[in-house]
Design a protein around this ligand. Sequence first.
Ligand SMILES: Nc1ncnc2c1ncn2[C@@H]1O[C@H](COP(=O)(O)OP(=O)(O)OP(=O)(O)O)[C@@H](O)[C@H]1O
Length: 165
Amino acid sequence: MFRNYSIVPKVQSVLFNTLRKRTEYTLALLKPDLCADPYAIKAVIEDIEKSEKPIRIYAHKKLYWDQQDAELFYSQHAGKFFYERLVGYMISGPFEAFVLEGDSVITRWRELIGQTHPVRAKVNPKYSLRSRFGLTDTRNSFHGSDSQENAFSEINLLFPELLLK
Ligand SMILES: Nc1ncnc2c1ncn2[C@@H]1O[C@H](COP(=O)(O)OP(=O)(O)OP(=O)(O)O)[C@@H](O)[C@H]1O
């Protein structure tokens, strides 16, 4: 006797796609210039918490990098004219690292921090954290991962204990 099993692969594929549509994670850094001011840190956390679609702070820690840590994290910029300035900036004091969780959180966090260059962010009518707090092209106060793949590799570098995949 023949049975029609064609429904099974369809159910499997729907289930697979549902399970695959997981919550996103991103790495957010509040860089040393911003972290010199505890009120600024508080204001940023308030902005995260009042976000229209929820963003959850999944993990949080304070870090203080040495030269090697900063060079490893920013290795893709090695050789660029701003690289040494960037490394010097990132080792100039303690800073805060957050793992944020939520739907489309990678894009939403990058939208909230705004353009890389604070001068450009300031002339953009849309509110952004870099327009509010950013100082210069290098001292732009924030970092956000630019893809889920990079987010996981950055999170695993800074939060190896979470074992996020
Ligand atoms: N043209 C530049 N002049 C000086 N510093 C720069 C310049 N471009 C980038 N930087 C510094 O290097 C960091 C990493 O550069 P990248 O191009 O990855 O920017 P981003 O994706 O906007 O920022 P981030 O990766 O920190 O979220 C920037 O956040 C900034 O601190």
